[in-house]
Write a protein that binds this ligand. Structure first.
Ligand SMILES: Nc1nc2c([nH]c(=O)n2[C@H]2C[C@H](O)[C@@H](COP(=O)(O)OP(=O)(O)OP(=O)(O)O)O2)c(=O)[nH]1
Length: 252
């Protein structure tokens, strides 16, 4: 079996990176059959006739979505001819097709990302506790969340994080590192349901006095208290990463 791997960093949230990749289709004219699809993290396509498999894995990073692709193929032709076709002819064709496709894809995803409202949240850590906030009013009334909000047009994600925490809690925060990203399946700011995501950053307090200006309650929660809170459901997949963060920060 021959194999090629490609990685592309796309300036787009997970959902956009995934959806645009699927809309553009495969780098080959020949249709492939879908084998696995787990939006927004993974898809696998295969062609039985050519014995070719194309897998993509999408993961969130601080700089955007990392798309990891792998192409496996085997013509099944015997002997030296088979080795030549697999190792030289097809390898060259697949490389060329992928490179042309990936340039177009990254540009299309970055353009589409500008139309999607992004939400940022902060995991503010002090010692071995993280700040959690209870929403007041609206569809998630009474649910716990990471304080933050929507990124405004033209604003950077981290500028939005600092602004939102200043507005909501009266504090200055200093972002430290990216924690994780989850899909928001509801409508955010009138956008298409399921396109926005929440990206959470570890942050430290840099000044000011905490005040709940918009929330019902603020609480410093230890790792073993997180699961029992009534979270906005979309946030739950982030809890393992936040617990890991608490462990690392409290040990440092
Ligand atoms: N801030 C925050 N929002 C979250 C979380 N989880 C989650 O699903 N959301 C959703 C709820 C809202 O639909 C959207 C964020 O909206 P928001 O109301 O907090 O944003 P905002 O401060 O910019 O709001 P606005 O009043 O200016 O419209 O993201 C979370 O942990 N933190």
């Amino acid at each position: 079996m021959s194999q090629l791997r490609f990685t592309t960093l796309v300036e787009a949230p997970l959902t956009v990176a995934f959806d645009v990749a699927r809309t553009l289709g495969r780098p080959w004219p020949e249709p492939l059959e879908e084998v696995v699809s787990e939006r927004p993290v993974r898809d696998v396509y295969a062609s039985r006739r050519r014995n070719l498999t194309h897998s993509r894995h999408f993961s969130a990073t601080g700089a955007g979505t990392l798309v990891d692709e792998q192409v496996d193929w085997e013509t099944g032709l015997p002997g030296v001819l088979g080795a030549f076709v697999d190792q030289v002819v097809l390898r060259r064709r697949i490389t060329r097709a992928m490179q042309a496709h990936l340039d177009l894809y990254a540009a299309a995803a970055a353009r589409r990302a500008l139309e999607v409202v992004q939400v940022v949240g902060a995991a503010v850590v002090e010692g071995s506790r993280v700040l959690v906030a209870q929403r007041s009013g609206g569809p998630y009334d009474g649910c716990w969340e990471f304080p933050g909000g929507k990124v405004e047009p033209g604003e950077s994600e981290l500028a939005a994080l600092v602004r939102e925490l200043g507005e909501e809690l009266g504090v200055v925060v200093v972002p430290q590192a990216f924690v994780g990203e989850v899909l928001l399946d509801g409508v955010v700011a009138g956008g298409e349901p399921g396109t926005s995501t929440l990206r959470v950053w570890w942050a430290r307090l840099g000044g000011g006095e905490l005040i709940a200006r918009e929330h019902a309650e603020l609480r410093w929660a230890a790792a073993d208290e997180l699961d029992a809170l009534d979270w906005i459901p979309a946030d739950r997949p982030l809890l393992p990463a936040v617990k890991d963060l608490l462990e690392v920060v409290s040990r440092a």
